[in-house]
Design a protein around this ligand. Structure first.
Ligand SMILES: O=C(O)c1cc(=O)[nH]c(=O)n1[C@@H]1O[C@H](COP(=O)(O)O)[C@@H](O)[C@H]1O
Length: 270
């Protein structure tokens, strides 16, 4: 099943627009993991199993694994999601972008090595740098548009031909790069006005919206400004607020409670 079809199925069947981000930081794990040689995998698996029923997608962030030398744990976490929770798409957050011949290897890394259903990509090297991702029609390509961080506007807001650069990205993705219908856009929850502008440009193209939870984005503003006409179109992503909802033994239950709470809050405004 394609990424887009799996995502639409989860929006409907799980009645959820929540994406849980998997950003393991062992220093924040509960004490019982201190002596666990496979702590990264075991912690992520527990979070996945506890939150799965409340999510439309999972989004492991590659640097959090690679910096620990835990690529093997990342591979096993993704395999576990596919095996234990079939139908929940996995977005590998690697924000790759390079010349085409190298991007080919980044596409293979995400889709063949890690078996991700979708990948985040940086568009600033242009069309040939994202083409190897776009060519995998059954996989999703989640392209940075207006990111959630404080410095997002430094470059993304620069005016070109009378419009900010992020609007050019949105238009290019919707009109030129989405031939297979497999594109999404990253627009941060911290920028409600820009969410609305980008939605007006791109029609029903799904958004990955990080920045609720730890970064303080307002859920009501996100949903009312960025949902599509049918009340979907969003993967509202939360990592730290879910993963580290509790630092003691009830961490998995606390993560489930936070994922359910976010799902319910989003659904109030759909
Ligand atoms: O692509 C992303 O997921 C992403 C884009 C963005 O604009 N801002 C952003 O915070 N993220 C990711 O979202 C995660 C942070 O989520 P929180 O812990 O919920 O704030 C990190 O993995 C970031 O890399």
């Amino acid at each position: 099943m394609s990424f887009m079809q799996a995502l639409r199925n989860r929006w409907t069947q799980a009645d959820s627009l929540v994406c849980v981000g998997l950003d393991p930081e062992p220093a924040k794990f509960p004490a019982k993991f201190a002596q666990d040689a496979d702590a990264v995998f075991n912690f992520c698996r527990d979070i996945v199993d506890a939150t799965a029923e409340h999510v439309c997608a999972f989004k492991p962030q590659i640097a959090h694994f690679a910096a620990l030398g835990a690529e093997d744990a990342l591979q096993r976490v993704i395999a576990h999601i596919h095996a234990a929770h079939p139908g929940i798409p996995v977005i590998l957050d690697s924000k790759r972008g390079d010349i085409g011949s190298t991007a080919q290897h980044y596409a293979s890394e995400a889709f063949d090595r890690y078996a991700a259903d979708a990948v985040t990509a940086n568009p600033y090297l242009g069309h040939d740098s994202v083409q190897p991702f776009l060519d995998r029609a059954d996989r999703g390509v989640v392209i940075l548009c207006r990111t959630s961080n404080p410095g997002a506007g430094d470059l993304q807001d620069l005016t070109i031909d009378g419009r900010p650069l992020y609007q050019h990205v949105a238009e290019k993705v919707a009109r030129e790069w989405n031939g297979h219908g497999n594109c999404s856009l990253v627009v941060g929850a911290t920028w409600p006005a820009q969410l609305k502008e980008v939605r007006a440009i791109v029609g029903d193209v799904p958004f990955l919206v990080p920045g609720v939870g730890a970064q303080g984005g307002d859920v009501e503003a996100v949903v009312s400004n960025a949902k599509t006409a049918d009340g979907t179109g969003l993967m509202v992503s939360s990592s730290r607020a879910v993963l580290y909802a509790s630092a003691v033994d009830d961490y998995a239950q606390a993560a489930a409670n936070e994922a359910r709470r976010l799902r319910d809050e989003i659904n109030r405004y759909r």
